[in-house]
Design a protein around this ligand. Structure first.
Ligand SMILES: [Zn+2]
Length: 124
């Protein structure tokens, strides 16, 4: 009788262990599926936005909005102040060069007005 009880308890333990493992795997799969889907969705949206942006070849000599000639030029890629030479640092300080960040697409702006903050131009 006691032997039967032990057998029953062991079986219940194994079944609940398997149930827990399956539930955990299901949750993990769900998490991976949702994060993958969300990443794909975001990339699709970014691609659509880039595709919808028309080419902008306006020059950076002056601001198209306020005609100010105080214009900064964006540069993209990793920027670390310790690595830049003094001329670059001076240009960044005077807002003639603007670090645009690591992420870059053809739709990113080329110029920024230091008077009215208007951004224009792209790399299409
Ligand atoms: Zn302006």
């Amino acid at each position: 009788m006691i032997k039967e009880d032990i057998k029953k308890a062991m079986l219940t333990g194994i079944v609940s262990g398997i149930t827990a493992a399956v539930t955990l795997l299901g949750l993990l799969w769900g998490y991976i599926f949702i994060t993958d889907w969300y990443r794909d969705y975001q990339q699709k949206r970014i691609k659509e936005r880039i595709a919808l942006t028309p080419p902008d070849k306006r020059s950076g000599d002056f601001c198209p909005e306020c005609k100010s000639s105080d214009v900064g030029k964006y540069f993209y890629g990793l920027y670390r102040p310790g690595m830049a030479d003094s001329a670059t640092k001076e240009a960044i300080k005077n807002k003639k060069l603007i670090p645009g960040g690591c992420t870059f697409s053809s739709a990113h702006p080329k110029y920024r007005c230091n008077s009215c903050s208007y951004e224009w131009g792209n790399f299409k």
